[in-house]
Design a protein around this ligand. Structure first.
Ligand code: SF4
Ligand code: SF4
Length: 81
């Protein structure tokens, strides 16, 4: 299984919650303890066990392009020796 992680740009996130509805691993939550500069609760990755696969579904659905996805590729598949 591939692994990955995401970064959410809180300058761009408008707290619409869409990403929280599509993650197959249910790893996205709204951070109710803080606000973005624009006054929204931002989404955040809650992944203590490293379950994110880097599938990018959250990034595709985000209307504000606030999510950057990083996916780890084994060195042999990446052509690195
Ligand atoms: S990349 Fe996939 S698994 Fe990771 S947080 Fe986004 S939707 Fe969930
Ligand atoms: S879909 Fe994008 S704008 Fe909406 S809560 Fe998630 S990161 Fe924020």
């Amino acid at each position: 299984m591939a692994s990955g992680y995401i970064e959410i740009d809180e300058e761009l996130c408008k707290g619409c919650e869409l990403c929280t509805t599509v993650c197959p691993k249910d790893l996205l939550e709204m951070a109710l303890d803080r606000f973005t500069p624009k006054g929204y609760h931002p989404a955040e990755l809650v992944d203590p066990e490293g379950a994110c696969t880097g599938c990018a579904i959250c990034s595709v659905i985000c209307p504000d392009a606030a999510i950057t996805v990083y996916r780890f590729v084994p060195a042999e598949k990446a052509g690195v020796s």
